[in-house]
Design a protein around this ligand. Structure first.
Ligand code: ADP
Ligand code: ADP
Ligand code: MG
Length: 656
């Protein structure tokens, strides 16, 4: 086995590889860009080498520097992760030329599967079923139109060099073909530098079901069952699960055999995924009305590999390292079994309600419920979180918007669904937009809950997925008031009697709260007894509140078991100041608290906006400013004294 490996990647997958290497006693070398100087993956490795600027082309795609880093640190092998150089055959060859082991398939297999059209010609020869379509080299537009008409609409135009869901166009009728072809080719040349396309029949009620395969250098090849990745947006995966709901054992075995045949056709070694598109139609006999076709092979570890680890009980990165070191596959086909049901949710920095626009920002709060990280979940620890970031880290515009992968393993699908919903509810992120709420809605949608799966699921369920506000305004306000009350109580000491006293001090006086919710002001009056009851209830409910303080308002991020909501608590002092500016006269405490200090003395002349006193309440200081020009009359309290809400702190006389 290797003593030291270099991980030519970043984020979650770099941390994932490092975790297995550490467990196996293998030393690791990280590489990092400017933006990643303090990244988690750097801290996760034994050694780290800076390789350039923040843009991928200046660092993670700079193979010369990566090879140099491996040489200089004495690494024997390079793990490419996914994305970046993982499916670059020239890089695999360069590793070999530099005397390093590329932890992946032979360059020839990467090349053979790299272009969708060519791989389809190969697969056709190997007897793997293909979607009816045109995969030829002749790219004449008139010929492509004839081919598309022959296949019958709808058809899908795909960039042969495409990936990541880019470079695809669905065409519904012949008249639309020419313009769709032109636009697909434009995108393909811009994104992949190659405008070759293929045309396929657009499969009805399509499901994406892929098979994990593994080969070794001794010529063995097995399949580690399937993953259903049908829940997609813009042809990109959102939720992945294993096993695929409703897949018969006969079809599983047929797909497994086809995937192994595909891998063997290119002498595959290491971890790979054969993606199939599955047609569902009542006209199909047997296999519960399903029929599968080869789509493409990804010659690397896949983002969603943890669901396979969960149901097989294996560590796929360990298998990759063993195979790359020349060992045979640890298990044979008949030793592999499925146990339980696993689902993965990709937590991304994005706004689902705004066309999934990627978001950037700092993870001010980043918490998950109880979980294990980078290791297989078990019945005892059914939640796994793989993440390349920590609280306080930034999601920058340079890289992928994925924050974490949340993986659950249950006895049954129903059990896994319940675990996933709970784990999502316990995922608290403040600082940037995420898809956590959206994922909860998808999990709860009728289609997903009943495993009525196909790639149109998100479109079909639009009405319950987008622009949802699971927490009502009243619930948000009550949670906010409860939190404010709790924070004030804890400020006044932990003794329950003193708390009661503190509240009794206000008697049944009403208190005013100024909030802003969804852009609209909300002014609420509560009796002290109501406030005390809310604070009590909140202590027993599933509720977390994180507060970002600022001068004019506190932004309160409230997470309840139903969902999350943001409410702004407007500081009374800014309102009081605004009101008093008209009224003139005394200055009142905007909330119960302590006078920290006075900035003025009796007789001082002050100007409007000048700080006259500082109060402390809710663990933060509030500056009290003069509402108008004037002369200070009398200080009504001394520094250090407690004051009730509304109490005048000093008097101010208008200047004559
Ligand atoms: P998987 O197929 O493993 O589920 P993806 O297809 O989403 O995952 O891609 C795997 C990785 O490669 C991700 O990190 C993704 O960002 C990256 N990737 C793949 N293709 C592209 C592309 N065309 N543009 C940007 N990133 C890509
Ligand atoms: P990529 O390299 O971008 O992952 P794929 O060929 O794997 O491209 O296709 C991505 C997605 O597009 C699939 O997961 C599926 O949702 C959809 N898709 C691909 N081919 C077809 C088809 N023939 N009919 C219907 N949907 C398809
Ligand atoms: Mg794909």
């Amino acid at each position: 086995m290797f003593k030291k490996i270099l991980i030519a990647n970043r984020g979650e997958i770099a941390c994932r590889v490092a975790a297995t290497a550490r467990r196996m006693g293998i030393k690791t070398v990280a590489v990092y860009s400017d933006a990643d100087a303090n990244a988690k993956h750097v801290a996760s490795c034994d050694d780290a080498v800076h390789i350039g600027g923040s843009a991928p082309k200046d660092s993670y795609l700079q193979w010369e520097r990566i090879l140099q880093a491996a040489k200089q640190t004495g690494a024997e092998a390079i793990h490419p992760g996914y994305g970046f150089l993982s499916e670059n055959d020239a890089f695999a060859i360069a590793c070999q030329a530099a005397g390093l082991v590329f932890i992946g398939p032979p360059a020839s297999a990467i090349l053979a599967m790299g272009l969708k059209a060519e791989s389809k010609r190969l697969m056709s020869a190997a007897g793997v079923p293909l979607v009816p379509g045109y995969h030829g080299t002749n790219q004449d537009a008139a010929l492509l139109q004839v081919e598309a008409d022959g296949i019958g609409y709808p058809v899908l135009i795909k960039a042969s060099a495409g990936g990541g869901g880019k470079g695809m166009r669905v065409v519904d009728k012949s008249a639309d073909f020419a313009s769709a072809l032109a636009s697909c080719k434009r995108e393909a040349i811009n994104s992949f530098g190659n405008d070759s396309v293929l045309i396929e029949k657009y499969v009805q009620r399509p499901r994406h079901i892929e098979i994990q395969v593994f080969g070794d250098t001794q010529g063995h090849c097995v399949y580690l069952f399937e993953r259903d990745c049908s829940v997609q947006r813009r042809h990109q995966k959102v939720l992945e699960e294993a096993p695929a709901p409703g897949l018969s054992q006969a079809m599983r075995e047929a797909m497994g055999a086809a995937a192994v045949a595909a891998a063997k056709a290119v002498n595959y070694v290491g971890a790979g995924t054969v993606e199939f598109i599955v047609e569902q139609s009542e006209e199909i006999d047997g296999n519960a009305g399903m029929k599968f076709f080869f789509m493409e092979m990804n010659t690397r570890l896949q983002v969603e590999h943890p669901v396979t680890e969960a149901i097989t009980g294996l560590d796929l990165v360990e298998w990759q390292l063993r195979v790359a070191a020349g060992e045979p596959l640890p298990l044979s086909q008949d030793q592999l079994h499925i146990k339980g049901h696993a689902i993965e949710a990709r937590i991304c920095a994005e706004s689902p309600d705004n066309h999934f626009l990627p978001a950037t920002g700092t993870l001010h709060v980043y918490r998950h419920g109880e979980h294990v990280a980078f290791e297989r979940g078990t019945a005892k620890h059914p939640v796994r979180v793989d993440s390349g970031v920590r609280e306080g880290d930034t999601i920058s515009p340079f890289y992928d918007s994925m924050i974490a992968k949340l993986i659950v393993i249950g006895d049954t699908r129903e059990h896994a669904l319940a675990l996933l919903d709970k784990a999502l509810a316990q995922t608290h992120i403040v600082g940037l937009q995420t898809n956590v709420q959206f994922l909860r809605h998808v999990v709860a949608s009728e289609s997903f809950a009943k495993a009525n799966l196909d790639t149109a699921l998100i479109e079909r369920e639009r009405a319950v997925l987008f622009d949802q506000h699971p927490v009502t305004n009243d619930e948000a306000i009550e949670a906010a008031v409860a939190h404010i009350a709790q924070a004030e109580q804890s400020l006044q000491g932990d003794d329950p009697l003193s708390k009661t006293d503190a509240w009794r001090a206000y008697g049944e006086s009403t208190r005013r709260f100024d909030f802003e919710l969804g852009g609209a002001p909300q002014v609420i009056f509560y009796k002290a007894s109501q406030i005390a009851r809310l604070a009590d209830q909140a202590q027993h409910g599933l509720q977390a509140v994180y507060v970002q303080k600022s001068e004019a308002a506190d932004e309160m991020h409230i997470f309840t078991d139903k969902g999350a909501v943001v409410i702004r608590h407007i500081h009374r002092l800014s309102l009081v100041a605004a009101q008093d500016a008209h009224a003139g006269g005394g200055l009142n405490a905007p909330m119960p608290g302590k006078v920290v200090s006075f900035a003025v003395q009796a007789g001082d002349t002050v100007t409007k906006g000048q700080v006259v006193a500082v109060m402390e309440a809710m663990k933060m200081e509030h500056a009290i400013t003069a509402p108008a020009d004037g002369v200070v009359g009398e200080l009504l309290y001394a520094a250090g004294e407690q004051v009730a809400e509304g109490a005048a702190l000093l008097t101010l006389e208008s200047k004559k």
